[in-house]
Design a protein around this ligand. Structure first.
Ligand code: SIN
Length: 483
């Protein structure tokens, strides 16, 4: 049993529904990690109430002071990297090596936003009246809600919480149930950093109850969500009904286009790693690879070389290069897509099987899987699989590659491998995505740069960098007239 699951108003408590949720290690599902007690509507209500009360003081502190708490939290994350990384690896299967990287990345994000606390939050604007001083300031919104996913259980909550706090908001946070225990560790870090009571409140529980309560609450002024398109659509309509800002980061079906003039080694490595890192469970994972037919066979030879090197197993071991998928649910979804691909007539270039030998302990392991003989209208080329699977499609030339890359409802990230500068710039301009890579993997983000997608991958808002200020603050325009 995991006690003290919620952190509300600076006090740790259990959820109060009486319903328990059992956590399993996806690399060995017979290993129970314990139960967590689900929270009730009363817990959500209490969290919003204390966050609202704490806002009065927090918004009046200087942003420099608010940033200092983030800096302390960064130091504490670094000091506790092993414990937090191991906890998340057990909870959702991400390799320990990747989890360490994620925790350290979260520390970098905290430091970036700590520094934002020392930067300008407004502009002086010329007025048509010489006696006026006209300027803007950015003010916090109030209580803001975060609903965060399991695939980046540390970095995504931190990249939402850090800017919200430094710009003077208070936070109510509902993480994914799958990573409730890791979320407790993150809240403990903020507590140890000395964050005043009520400024950050963690309520674990179900999305349909707790997430929904936050989205519908009139005292919550904004909601930031990363997750599925279906849930995102519901959040958007409820946010509009209750008059709050919303920010949605949703799915992707990210293309990587390889031209005949490209460095094929680099392109093949980026395709394999861009998909298989985190067992494909990233919104920015590479999932469609378009290859000019002139170099198709040479490229696929190189892909084979990289994919054969992947060592699947329990990611708590350093030597493993691909872990399990995060849960039984993920396992069933991914394997059903593999089945669907075969039914639709695609052929397996590599993998496709689940790993059932005794040394896999019944874990949710799927071979790295690559499909060929795919057309861009097949289900596996259009729907987000969120697993270690990508499809390869032959194209006649760059123009066809670009057209097919854009032929999707999603628009998160896209990559082109080429040495032709003209095509590189053309792709950057004409690719219908929020994140373009030339000669790089589709995945990845830096804290100082805006992150987000176009089309159905996002609500059009952006996270990270100074774009976060756009979302977590409101403009106030001030005119002072003097004689
Ligand atoms: C994601 O892809 O889910 C987050 C972005 C990243 O760091 O790759």
């Amino acid at each position: 049993m995991v006690n003290n699951l919620n952190y509300i108003g600076g006090r740790w408590s259990e959820g109060s529904t009486g319903n328990r949720y059992e956590h399993f290690n996806p690399a060995n599902p017979s290993e129970s990690l314990g139960f967590t007690e689900m929270s009730s509507l009363g817990d959500a209500e209490e969290a919003v109430k204390v966050a609202n009360t704490a806002f009065a003081d927090w918004k009046n502190r200087s942003s420099v002071e608010r940033g200092e708490y983030l800096r302390k939290a960064a130091d504490l994350l670094e000091a506790n990297v092993e414990e937090i990384a191991a906890c998340a690896t057990k909870e959702m299967g991400k390799r320990i090596v990747e989890m360490r990287g994620e925790v350290l990345r979260a520390a970098t994000i905290l430091r970036y936003y700590a520094q934002e606390g020392t930067r300008k939050i407004g502009d002086v604007i010329p007025s048509s009246n010489p006696n006026n001083t006209l300027y803007t300031v950015r003010e916090p919104l109030g209580v803001v809600a975060m609903i965060t996913p399991w695939n980046f259980p540390v970095a995504i909550p931190v990249w939402k919480i850090a800017p919200a706090l430094v710009y003077g908001n208070t936070v109510v946070w509902k993480p994914s149930q799958e990573t409730a225990i890791t979320a407790v560790k993150i809240a403990e870090i903020f507590e140890k950093a000395g964050l005043p009571k009520g400024v950050l409140n963690l309520v674990n529980g179900s999305g349909s109850l707790i997430g929904n309560a936050f989205v519908e609450h009139l005292d919550v002024k904004a909601v930031s969500f990363t997750g599925s398109n279906a849930v995102g659509k519901t959040i958007a309509s409820k946010a509009v009904e209750t008059g709050k800002k919303y920010q949605l980061e949703l799915g992707g079906k990210n293309p990587l286009v390889v031209l005949k003039d490209a460095d094929l080694d680099a392109a093949a490595k980026a395709a394999v790693e861009g998909c298989m890192k985190q067992s494909g469970q990233r919104c920015t994972a590479t999932s469609r690879v378009f290859v000019e037919e002139a170099i198709y066979d040479a490229f696929m030879d190189k892909v084979l070389g990289f994919v054969q090197d992947i060592k699947v197993g329990d990611g708590i071991q350093e030597a493993i290069t691909m872990g399990p998928v995060a849960s039984k649910n993920q396992f069933e979804t991914v394997t059903s897509y593999i089945k669907k691909g075969l039914e639709e007539g695609a052929t397996l270039f590599y993998g496709g099987k689940t790993l059932d030998a005794p040394e896999y302990n019944g874990g949710y392991f799927i071979e790295p899987t690559i499909f060929e003989n795919v057309t861009n209208d097949m289900t596996i080329a259009q729907e987000e699989i969120f697993g270690p699977v990508f499809v390869v499609i032959k194209v006649a030339n760059y123009e066809e590659g670009l057209a097919q890359a854009n032929d999707t409802i999603y628009g998160l990230s896209a990559s082109l491998f080429t040495t032709d500068l003209n095509k590189a710039f053309h792709f950057a301009k004409n690719s219908e995505v929020g994140l373009v890579q030339i000669n790089g993997e589709t995945g990845g983000a830096e804290p100082q740069a805006p992150f987000g997608g176009m089309k159905e991958s996002s609500s059009g808002t952006r996270e990270q960098g100074t774009a976060a200020m756009e979302f977590f603050t409101a403009y106030k325009t001030v005119t002072i007239t003097t004689k």
